[in-house]
Design a protein around this ligand. Structure first.
Ligand code: ZN
Length: 681
């Protein structure tokens, strides 16, 4: 039997080979298409049992098998596996497209919704049916044939345009290089950045250093390069990528205009006034106006702090760095110097206090205390010897869920940190199928016989991903479509993850997690206080910048007329005049590289970052009121938020937990903008 088709337990990593992928995928696709054929036959009753369940079973098998392939492709990449993944991906994508446009399925879901049996379903089942119908509608399933054809045509064109947008940006980024040979030009740059730059130059047979617009090169230049002219040169190249200042074929300006026109047309075909309305239909925010009000309120509160931040760094740059006029290419540089002067500690120093054998148990202890659970190491087949596996049990010893932890970076693993589902909780043949998660990070592995040590940022990341993991693992929903993170609104899905980060700033949680890797000494209160003080450095300016991007995105997709006389850049200027404190030079073409909204999934959704932060901070404030380790509050968070998954709207879950609608005060306070004495006005 093909190990990918064995769904009886945990994935069989030990038996995996790239050559088993294609036969498994092909067989599942044939089987699934046969299931769809069967359940959409007129003779099959439109009931959960006869229609939804077989469909759910079939789709779960594909998702689990393909999930293993995708997971391994991300964490144990090899030329053979990449080839197997890429050659099967189009088949899988094609299947999901068919599924989303299948008229027989849509008709059957409509009949189920209208039928007598619907009222007898559980609320989770009802939510799944309603979500299905919503997604069919938003995908154009209800349009008349000519409109449907136009809708499909627009969708295809839009996907070409967004992929061209990111290709242009990548090509323009890659095309730029600046070589320096004079050591004086390299002054200020950190050793590791210089080493990489020298290697890059050597690879081309050139002397000196090669600087590029990729983040690991560009960002340190902006932050550390003492040569102001170098910063300016790099800045200008960076902010004019894929614009009319570069190669015509890479200019994203016409693409932006076309994308906006087509998105509006698509939204209008479906009866929405704007693309923002369409985008919000499946999100937690109710209307573009609600998001605008939210962002404007946040802006009004953050602006005095942002102005103060700017005054401080401007004064510092003038008095101590001799920069009379603080330019856009000076901001990161001067800010870094100010930060160093004000909070004299380094990430390296802090890092020595967070060895892995303290951090992981410390994080588990927190979860055990909050939710009355036990987490213990367990056995499972793994994909790499560094991977560990754990079981979560409740007070009675019952299995709640299990998870893999893969902490270290290696060449075969993609960057970043993420949580993924291996098995999702559901009830199957009257038995609970316990959920299983993958937690993946890219931390440094242990060296020289010492345990791995983590920066505080990395500890934050670990807590964040474990928060997503708990959302997946602690669900009590019995049906796949809304179990765990499934069916949770896009702008609310970061609530449980950002929520967990708060604990990394609690002395009582953090201190027991620390022991200096050489001396065994715990973190001192004095160093912790410095970390706390540095946490909110320039949070006013950062908040205002996020709001600027969010407002630009939302208005662009709402009340902006893409066919009118104004350009996206004009709108951005308007937004900046209203909320920004720092203004870039006129040649800045930020929209041309705003890939989140033109080639990512964030169109009319960029606000989600701040939105979810408000929710998580406000949820956490109940813990601050009741005691941050209060098990009763923990139980309530589990019951009302984590356990519910996507089975009801996120707002309902939030209100059930918090006892009221979300407020922005907690986020402002956590960001050091809580008002009170000494607050700027
Ligand atoms: Zn996240």
């Amino acid at each position: 039997m093909n190990p990918l088709l064995d769904f009886s337990g945990l994935p069989r990593f030990a038996d995996f080979k790239p050559e088993i992928v294609a036969p498994a995928v092909d067989r599942l696709l044939v089987e699934n298409r046969a299931v769809i054929e069967r359940v959409t036959a007129p003779s099959v009753p439109c009931t959960w049992h006869d229609f939804v369940r077989p469909l759910e079973d079939a789709n779960e098998r594909l998702r689990r098998a393909w999930g293993v392939v995708g997971h391994l492709n991300s964490v144990m990449n090899s030329p053979e596996l990449r080839e197997a993944y890429n050659s099967n991906l189009p088949k899988v994508t094609q299947y999901y497209t068919e599924l989303g446009q299948h008229e027989g399925l849509f008709a059957k879901f409509k009949a189920l919704r209208a039928g007598a049996g619907f009222e007898g379903l559980t609320s989770a089942q009802k939510k799944i049916v309603d979500n299905e119908l919503r997604d069919f509608r938003l995908g154009g399933a209800e349009l008349t044939p000519p409109r449907k054809a136009r809708f499909k045509e627009i969708s295809e064109r839009l996907s070409q345009l967004s992929s061209r947008f990111s290709d242009n940006l990548l090509d323009a980024t890659n095309a730029f290089a600046h070589y320096i040979t004079d050591a004086a030009d390299a002054a200020g740059l950190p050793e590791d950045v210089l080493a990489a730059a020298r290697e890059a130059a050597q690879a081309e047979g050139r002397p000196g250093w090669k600087l590029t617009l990729h983040a690991p090169s560009y960002l340190p230049v902006m932050q550390y390069a003492d040569r102001r002219g170098l910063r300016e040169l790099m800045y200008r190249a960076y902010v004019t990528r894929a614009s009319e200042f570069g190669k015509t074929e890479w200019d994203n300006t016409p693409l932006i205009a076309e994308i906006l026109v087509l998105r509006r047309e698509q939204a209008r075909l479906l009866g929405f006034a704007s693309f923002a309305e369409y985008s919000l239909e499946a999100k937690m925010a109710e209307s573009p106006q609600q998001v605008l009000d939210f962002l404007n309120e946040l802006a009004a509160q953050a602006q005095p702090y942002a102005r103060r931040d700017l005054e401080e760094v401007t004064g510092f740059a003038r008095d101590e760095l001799g920069l009379d006029e603080l330019e856009a290419w000076d901001l990161a540089y001067a800010s870094e110097k100010l930060r160093l002067k004000r909070y004299d500690f380094s990430d390296q120093e802090v890092k020595q206090y967070f060895p892995e054998p303290r951090v992981l148990p410390g994080m588990f202890k927190l979860v055990e205390t909050l939710y009355g659970l036990t987490i213990e190491a367990a056995e499972a087949p793994v994909w790499h010897p560094d991977v560990r596996f754990f079981s979560i049990r409740d007070r009675a010893g019952g299995l709640v869920g299990q998870f893999f932890v893969d902490l270290y970076a290696r060449p075969s693993k993609r960057g970043g940190a993420w949580m993924d589902e291996a098995v999702t909780r559901r009830v199957k043949e009257e038995r609970v199928q316990a959920p299983v998660a993958y937690l993946n990070c890219n931390f440094s592995a242990p060296v020289a016989g010492k345990p791995a040590v983590f920066t505080h940022d990395e500890v934050n990341t670990l807590f964040h991903e474990f928060g997503h993991g708990l959302h997946h693992l602690l669900t009590r929903v019995d049906y796949l479509g809304v179990s765990g993170i499934n069916g949770v609104e896009w702008d609310a899905v970061e609530l449980p993850s950002q929520f967990m980060e708060n604990f990394c700033w609690e002395w009582d949680v953090l201190r027991p997690m620390t022991a200096h890797v050489d001396t065994g000494m715990p973190l001192s209160r004095a160093l912790f206080d410095k970390m706390l003080a540095a946490k909110n450095f320039q949070s006013g300016m950062q908040t205002v910048r996020q709001i600027e991007f969010s407002l630009f995105d939302l208005q662009l997709h709402h009340d902006f007329d893409p066919a009118g006389g104004k350009s996206a850049l004009d709108l951005l200027d308007d937004v900046r005049r209203r909320v920004a404190v720092m203004f870039p030079p006129a040649y800045n073409r930020f929209p041309n590289n705003f890939s989140h909204i033109f080639s990512g999934g964030y169109a009319a959704g960029y606000y989600s970052y701040k939105w979810a932060e408000v929710l998580s901070a406000d949820a956490y404030s109940l813990f601050e009121e009741n005691g941050v380790l209060d098990p009763e509050t923990g139980q309530r968070f589990w019951n009302e938020v984590l356990a519910m998954g996507g089975s009801r709207p996120a707002l309902e879950s939030f209100v059930a937990f918090r006892g009221r609608e979300p407020k922005i005060e907690a986020l402002m306070r956590h960001s050091g903008m809580g008002g009170g004495a000494g607050a700027p006005t």
